[in-house]
Design a protein around this ligand. Structure first.
Ligand code: GTP
Length: 363
C-alpha cells in the first residue's frame, strides 16, 4: 500500500509561523509534524510514501531525504503552482499503481489505517473517506451518509442552517487507482469539491469510514496549541510517542534547582532553565533555548534557540525560532514568527501576531 501525503498548501492560517517553515515541518513536541505522520503510517506497515509538495519543498526534502532514516521510502512529486488536493495527487500518479491512501498533511490522528483499508476492500468501494465528529462543523466539509455507510452528499463549509450532521471529512482517503482518471492533469482540482461529488454523480460507490480516533487539524494557532495540550495530557492514547513522564529533558539541558515546573513539559537539548523560572505545562521548549531567571512560561510552545531574559513572561503563546524576549516583556495569547525581538518591558496586546524579523517596542 502506498500513501500520498498532501503537503503543498499555502498554510495561511498558521502564519506567521509558516513564512519560513512549511506547515508539515512545524515542530510537535520538538519533532517535525511530518515525522509523526510517517511514524503513524509505518506503524500500519505503510512504508512507501509519496509527498505531494510545492511551497518550501526544499526544507521538507532536505530533512526527510529518501526516508531511510525513518524506516520508509519517500519520493517527491513537486508542483510548480498549487494544483489543489486532487490535482496534486494526479501529479503523483506515476508513483501509484494499486489501491492507495491519501492523507492531508496537516491532520494529527491515531486513526486505525489498517482497519480503514480492510473496510474499503470489504465494501469494494471506489473511494472511502474517513469521517470524524466535531463540535462545530461549520468550518469543515460535512458528509451525509446512509445507514450502510454510503456517502450521500457533500457540504463544504456550510451555513449554520444547512448543517445536518457533525460528521466531517477527516482528510484521509483510500482510493482505487482508476479514480485518477477522473482528475484532469496539470490543472487545479479538489477532491472535496470536484472529484468525490463527480464519483457520486456517476453512481460510483463512495463509502465513509467513521471512527472516534483522536483527530485534530493543526491548521490554526489555537489548534496547534490544543494538539500539544492533548498529547502532553495523554489524550491521544494509542500514540506511543507521548512522553511517559511529566517532564522530559533533552541532552545537555540544565534546570536550576530553584526553577519550578508544574504540568507536562518537554524541554529540548542544550537548554538552560535558570533560577526561579516558573513553567506551567503543557509547555514545549525547543533545542538551544535559554530561559533566564524568574521568567514565566505558561501553556505555550517555544521553538528553537529562544532567549527569555530575566522576568520575561509567555502565556498561551507560540514563539518561532531564534526569538529574543527582553527583560520584563509579556507575550499573551500571541504568535511570534522567526527572529522576533520583543523589547525590554514591552507588553504585547493579547492576540498579537508578529511577522518574522520584527523588533517590537513598547507602544
Ligand atoms: P490554509 O492556507 O491555512 O487554508 O492551509 P492549506 O493551504 O494547507 O490548506 P488546507 O488546510 O485546506 O489543506 C489541507 C491539506 O492539503 C494540507 O496538508 C495542505 O498542505 C494540502 N494542500 C492543500 N492544497 C494543496 C495543493 O494545491 N497541493 C498540495 N500538494 N497540497 C495541498
Amino acid at each position: 500500500m502506498k500513501a500520498v501525503i498532501l503537503v503543498g498548501g499555502q498554510a495561511t492560517r498558521l502564519l506567521p509561523l509558516t513564512y519560513n517553515t512549511p506547515k508539515a515541518m512545524v515542530p510537535v513536541l520538538n519533532t517535525p509534524f511530518l515525522e509523526h505522520v510517517i511514524h503513524h503510517l509505518a506503524s500500519h506497515q505503510i512504508k512507501d510514501i509519496v509527498l505531494a509538495l510545492g511551497r518550501l519543498a526544499h526544507s521538507i526534502e532536505s530533512h526527510l531525504g529518501d526516508g531511510s532514516r525513518f524506516g520508509v521510502s519517500i519520493r517527491y512529486a513537486l508542483e510548480k503552482d498549487p494544483l489543489g488536493t486532487a490535482g496534486a495527487v494526479k501529479n503523483a500518479a506515476s508513483y501509484v499503481d494499486d489501491t492507495f491512501l491519501v492523507l492531508n498533511g496537516d491532520i494529527f490522528t491515531d486513526l486505525d489505517l489498517s482497519a480503514m483499508i480492510d473496510f474499503h476492500r470489504d465494501r469494494k468501494a471506489k473511494a472511502t473517506i474517513a469521517l470524524t465528529p466535531v463540535e462545530d462543523p461549520s468550518a469543515y466539509g460535512l458528509i451525509e451518509t446512509d445507514a450502510r455507510d454510503r456517502v450521500l452528499n457533500f457540504l463544504e463549509k456550510p451555513d449554520k442552517d444547512e448543517i445536518t450532521t457533525n460528521m466531517i471529512n477527516a482528510g484521509t482517503y483510500v482510493l482505487e487507482p482508476d479514480v485518477l482518471t477522473q482528475i484532469p492533469a496539470g490543472v487545479k482540482c479538489s477532491f472535496e469539491r470536484e472529484v468525490f461529488p463527480k464519483l457520486l454523480a456517476d453512481g460510483e460507490l463512495v463509502c465513509a469510514y467513521t471512527s472516534r480516533a483522536y483527530w485534530i487539524d493543526i491548521g490554526t494557532p489555537p489548534m496547534y496549541l490544543q494538539l500539544h495540550s492533548d498529547l502532553l495530557n495523554g489524550k491521544c492514547r494509542q500514540y506511543d510517542n507521548t512522553p511517559r513522564s511529566e517532564i522530559t529533558t533533552g541532552v545537555n539541558s540544565s534546570i536550576h534547582p530553584t526553577a519550578r515546573i508544574e504540568g507536562p513539559t518537554v524541554i529540548g537539548a542544550n537548554c538552560s532553565i535558570g533560577p526561579g523560572v516558573k513553567i506551567s505545562g503543557p509547555v514545549a521548549i525547543g533545542d538551544g533555548c535559554t530561559i533566564q531567571e524568574e521568567s514565566v512560561i505558561k501553556k505555550s510552545i517555544i521553538w528553537r534557540n529562544a532567549r527569555l531574559e530575566p522576568h520575561a513572561r509567555v502565556t498561551m503563546s507560540i514563539i518561532a525560532d531564534n526569538c529574543c524576549l527582553r527583560s520584563g516583556c509579556l507575550c499573551e495569547e500571541s504568535v511570534l514568527g522567526d527572529n522576533v525581538t520583543v523589547a525590554y518591558d514591552c507588553h504585547l496586546p493579547p492576540g498579537s501576531s508578529i511577522e518574522p524579523g520584527t523588533t517590537v517596542e513598547p507602544a
